[in-house]
Design a protein around this ligand. Structure first.
Ligand code: GRF
Length: 223
């Protein structure tokens, strides 16, 4: 990373609520970084409009146009590198990335997942938490490694599941009560160089994390 403010590229596929929260935190001066570009693999992704409204370059790379996953990932990486990204943020990017791509950005590639990892990697996390009768549910920000939704956890936010919570209600609660708080916070810590991935361990402000950070660790401006 250069001495200047780090440059962030955000990858999306959908609505972009996490992207919007990150854009707003940058605009409010809570994240000392510049969003250099937003890239979607879907032209209809609502998040593209959030980027353009914020004056951030927004583009689509259609995976259908590529012969293989590796070829798509190579095009994606070229675009990320053209924008000189120091940090790459996956915010609802619904494509599995190749090992080569992940290795290229390891230590500066973040993802958010709507479950309390290691529980429920993959899809339909809210329904799976309900089916299991979980008393607690939430979301996790983690460094991305070659294992799907399996990289070292940075911060997890959780809450008690209420008796009337169904899957859509849980999804909304996870988004509003957890995701929109922990992701801007984690990106801010990255931008401030307070998070380091070393040999698959997370170091926060120099100390190795033995458990993920939690909602209690949010700085006041991210609560
Ligand atoms: C979020 O629930 C995130 O955890 C998951 O995809 C969803 C993206 O939502 N990876 P949005 O595009 O940020 O609105």
């Amino acid at each position: 990373m250069s001495d200047q403010q780090p440059r962030i590229v955000v990858l999306i596929s959908g609505q972009g609520r996490n992207l919007q929260a990150i854009l707003q935190a940058v605009q409010a001066g809570k994240i000392p970084a510049r969003i250099a570009a937003v890239i979607s693999n879907k032209p209809e992704a609502g998040g593209l409009a959030h980027a353009r409204n914020a004056g951030v370059p927004a583009l689509t790379i259609l995976h259908a146009g590529f012969a293989s996953r590796e070829a798509f990932d190579e095009a994606l990486a070229m675009e990320i590198d053209r924008h000189q990204a120091d940090i790459v943020v996956l915010a609802g990017f619904m494509r599995i990335l190749s090992d080569g791509f992940i290795r290229r950005y390891k230590g500066r590639l973040l993802n958010i997942h709507p479950s309390l990892l290691p529980k429920y990697p993959g899809l339909k996390t809210h329904q799976r938490a309900l089916d299991a009768g979980d008393a607690e549910h939430g979301a996790t920000v983690h460094f991305v490694t070659e294992e799907l939704d399996g990289g070292p956890c940075i911060i997890q936010g959780q809450f008690s599941v209420a008796p009337h919570d169904d899957a859509p209600k849980l999804a909304e609660r996870v988004m509003n009560e957890v995701e929109l708080k922990i992701y801007p916070q984690a990106v801010a810590w990255m931008a401030q160089r307070e998070l380091v991935l070393q040999q698959d361990s997370v170091y926060f402000r120099g100390g190795r994390l033995t458990a993920p950070l939690s909602l209690q660790n949010l700085e006041p401006e991210f609560r």
